[in-house]
Design a protein around this ligand. Structure first.
Ligand SMILES: Nc1nc2c(c(=O)[nH]1)N[C@H]1C(S)=C(S)[C@@H](COP(=O)(O)OP(=O)(O)OC[C@H]3O[C@@H](n4cnc5c(=O)[nH]c(N)nc54)[C@H](O)[C@@H]3O)O[C@H]1N2
Ligand SMILES: Nc1nc2c(c(=O)[nH]1)N[C@H]1C(S)=C(S)[C@@H](COP(=O)(O)OP(=O)(O)OC[C@H]3O[C@@H](n4cnc5c(=O)[nH]c(N)nc54)[C@H](O)[C@@H]3O)O[C@H]1N2
Ligand SMILES: [Mo]
Length: 710
């Protein structure tokens, strides 16, 4: 082997090897992460990746998902040209067309729906990807439709709503300054690895942890000083019982409550109902552990808790349970105090960067007025009041039933029908549409229902503005050219807006102009200053927290106080919702004799994310088959060994998967990860079994049965 061959084999960058390192970013998981990546590029192709040293999020590391980026962007089902459907919906028969033809077809059909049924008959939808959402929302509004909606109809927004009700805006835990962390449905080891890294460092530095989880997890094993294991969706009852112990023992901050908290007396009277007599039967948690948790809270100087986008909200009582957990900080004086829960308003795309921006202006200034309410508004009035966007959980119903008005066309970016409860219904709805466009990197099963499929490029092939916490930001530059004819989502939307001549300067000006005018101008920063930088740079000084400053100013709630009892809900009795964080049992109405087990489906897998990585060979190899987690006790009762096929059933249908017999599961509960095309857990879920406060599906508390496959 020559010296050059050796260097090529080792992928060493240099003029002789023609290998260059291009700096880019992973956008496979949440915007709160988006780790820096060094992409080794040769002849326009990524041949190796590694975590970027010095990047504020990952400091050189990458997780199993991040490490999959090379295989992900070159997945064999990548779409390389615009496509037009020539077969039946779902069949997957398409012919390539030009961008010009695609735009002409889309413009013609969207305008036809608008003319015949009104602009609201066209819904604009985004799957989990987020980076283009401001542009998509503005596009929808410029088109005249109130129906912008997204996957956040099942993720995070319920928590945001709970914060808005209680404190007027978004907040989070000041973990680094706490001495007790209440990790409620908290397992960052699988869902946010750098969060786990931080938690471990803080643990070493003395931070105490209470972990509340339905399963045993790395967090319960490695972090917990106290571990509480309630049954799914019983968290509200558990939080109330802890609150009751705190109140009965006088372990609360009464002067703080008197000054800053609204609704305490009624709340205190209500939580009395959760006590020694009933808490173990309600939740499965022994009362002495409830008392122990209250003691630890009492003994701590400052307690914070985690944000929770999914497992607490994913129950029919999810938003109320979330409020119940949040209440513990308010009654102990831990809100708006160093080391407790602090407000952290959004800067950009639900990420708090600690400085103000005019994002909301860009999002809402052209929102159509006097038009119909968005999809889901009648069914979920609190959602509509607080969010004012489509609750996409109601989309399939409205398409199929046509009430209160018809929805005939969907323009989607990253539609994954399998993320919705009763996913078969979403597939049927897509089949019923007059016109469906999907934009994706891959020809997914959902994209196969589209009339026109548009090829999006990945984060390696585009440039985008990306802020991080602590006032840092950069504007990435493409590491490689877009594959085939694919384009960045925002370029597609801008070009289409220009093609359709939508009457809005803001959308026609494009993404970069939006970033400059609405985000950076006020900070005196230019987009170009943020391009080509090696690492994210400081673009603003972050607001420094002062204890009780927000409470003294008055919160953005109707009473200006922290609301244990929601004035917004109190003032709208017609919604039929409770102003106090009341507790109801989580399970659905299926016959408990026939369906004696509880099916949960969340519990992230470190190597998978939703529907995205099941087709990436490295990730798939780590867990090749869809598997249902099951306790040893249940496996024994069924006569099932690890790896045996079992049949899970609910009133919606059956699924056969392999059993994963594990000590992490309690008896009576099954857990199956979502997004597999061959074992779609959401085909078993009920789209009526949802939280009336938020519209969020109860993915984590569905009655089911399980049997050994004959
Ligand atoms: N049973 C069950 N169901 C759940 C959940 C659960 O816990 N259990 N969780 C819910 C939650 S919290 C979430 S967030 C959702 C997940 O929401 P989904 O929308 O299902 O998420 P993904 O599968 O990650 O992505 C959807 C599509 O976006 C495409 N995509 C990726 N990047 C881009 C891009 O840059 N541009 C475009 N145009 N497309 C792109 C992907 O290829 C994929 O087809 O699922 C929800 N559903
Ligand atoms: N690897 C990976 N990372 C991800 C994702 C992914 O799919 N894969 N998805 C991303 C997205 S969109 C989201 S929303 C987040 C979600 O991330 P997380 O919020 O961490 O969500 P989960 O992993 O579903 O649940 C966390 C823990 O809550 C427990 N739990 C479930 N139900 C209950 C309950 O009713 N009560 C209590 N007390 N505990 C419960 C589960 O057992 C689990 O250990 O992760 C993000 N990160
Ligand atoms: Mo999510």
């Amino acid at each position: 082997m020559t010296e050059l061959e050796r260097k090529l084999k080792a992928k060493i960058p240099g003029e002789d090897t023609g290998i260059e390192i291009h700096r880019t970013m992973c956008d496979i998981c949440s915007p709160g992460m988006h780790c820096g990546i060094n992409a080794y590029v040769k002849d326009g192709k990524v041949i190796k990746i590694e975590g970027m040293d010095g990047h504020p999020v990952n400091e050189g590391r990458l997780c199993t998902k991040g490490l999959s980026n090379r295989q992900y962007i070159y997945r064999e089902d990548r779409i390389l040209t615009p496509l037009k459907r020539v077969g039946k919906r779902g069949e997957g028969k398409f012919e390539p067309i030009s961008w010009e033809e695609a735009f002409a077809e889309i413009a013609k059909n969207l305008n036809a729906a608008k003319e015949k049924y009104g602009a609201e008959s066209v819904a604009f939808y985004s799957g989990y990807s987020k980076w283009y959402r401001q542009t998509l929302r503005r596009f929808a509004y410029a088109f005249g439709s109130p129906n912008f909606g997204c996957e956040s109809s099942t993720c995070y927004i319920s928590a945001f709503m709970a914060w808005k009700l209680a404190a007027g805006e978004q907040g989070g835990g000041d973990m680094g300054n706490s001495d007790l962390f209440l990790g409620w449905a908290y397992n960052p080891f699988y869902s946010s690895y750098m969060g786990a890294h931080r938690a471990m460092l803080l643990k070493e530095a003395g931070l105490k942890f209470i972990i509340v989880d339905t399963r045993r997890t790395p967090a319960s094993e490695k972090l917990a000083d106290l571990f509480l294991q309630p049954r799914p969706g019983t968290d509200g009852a558990l939080a109330h019982a802890i609150a009751n112990v705190l109140i009965q023992n006088g372990w609360i901050d009464k002067p703080y409550i008197d000054k800053y908290v609204y609704g305490f007396e009624e709340y205190a009277a209500y939580v009395k109902g959760f006590n020694e007599s009933n808490i173990e039967s309600l939740t499965g948690v022994p009362y002495d552990l409830v008392v122990k948790a209250a003691e630890m809270i009492h003994e701590s100087k400052a307690m914070s808790t985690n944000e929770c986008s999914a497992p607490i909200p994913h129950h029919k009582n999810g938003l109320q349970n979330y409020r119940s957990i949040m209440a513990l900080a308010a009654i102990t004086g831990n809100f708006d105090r160093k080391g407790g829960q602090l407000l952290s308003p959004h800067t950009f795309m639900h990420t708090s960067c600690g400085f103000a921006s005019r994002e909301e202006e860009y999002l809402y200034e052209i929102k159509p007025k006097g038009c119909k309410d968005p999809v889901g508004a009648p069914r979920f009035p609190l959602w509509n009041y607080l969010e004012g966007e489509m609750q996409a959980v109601d989309l399939s119903r409205q398409i199929l039933e046509g009430t209160p008005y018809p929805v005939k066309a969907v323009y989607a970016l990253g539609m994954n029908a399998r993320m919705f409860p009763n996913s078969g219904k979403m597939f049927r709805a897509l089949e019923e549409l007059d016109f469906f466009v999907d934009t994706d990197l891959f020809l997914t099963d959902s994209a196969k229902y589209a009339d026109i499929v548009l090829p999006a490029c990945s984060s390696f092939e585009r440039g985008e503005f990306k802020p991080y916490r602590d006032g840092l930001a950069w504007y990435t530059t493409p590491a490689i050219a877009p594959l085939g004819q694919s384009k960045s989502d925002v370029d597609i939307l801008t070009e289409l807006a220009r093609y359709m001549d939508l009457p809005d300067e803001g959308i026609q000006a494009g993404y970069e102009a939006f970033i400059q005018k609405y985000i950076l101008d006020d900070l005196g920063v230019k987009v170009n200053d943020l391009k080509g930088v090696d690492l994210p740079v400081k673009i603003a000084e972050v607001h420094v927290h002062k204890d009780f400053e927000e409470l003294e100013k008055g919160l953005k709630t109707p009473t200006g106080k922290y609301e244990l009892k929601s004035k917004v809900i109190e003032d709208h009795p017609e919604w039929g919702l409770d102003a106090l964080p009341t507790y109801v049992e989580p399970l659905d109405g299926a016959d408990p004799e026939k369906y004696p087990m509880t099916l949960t489906s969340g519990g992230r897998l470190p190597n998978a994310i939703h529907s995205r990585l099941h087709k990436v060979p490295n990730n798939r190899s780590l867990r090749p088959d869809p598997m249902v987690d099951m306790s040893h006790a249940d496996a024994q009762a069924l006569g099932v060994a690890d790896g045996d096929p079992v049949v899970i059933s609910t009133p919606r249908g059956e699924l056969t998967v392999k059993a994963h017999v594990t000590h992490i599961m309690p008896a009576g509960m099954l857990n199956l990860f979502q997004g597999y095309s061959e074992a779609d857990v959401n085909s078993l879920m009920d789209d009526e079994h949802v939280d009336p406060y938020s519209g969020f599906p109860a993915y984590n508390s569905t009655r089911c049965a399980v049997r050994k496959k004959d």
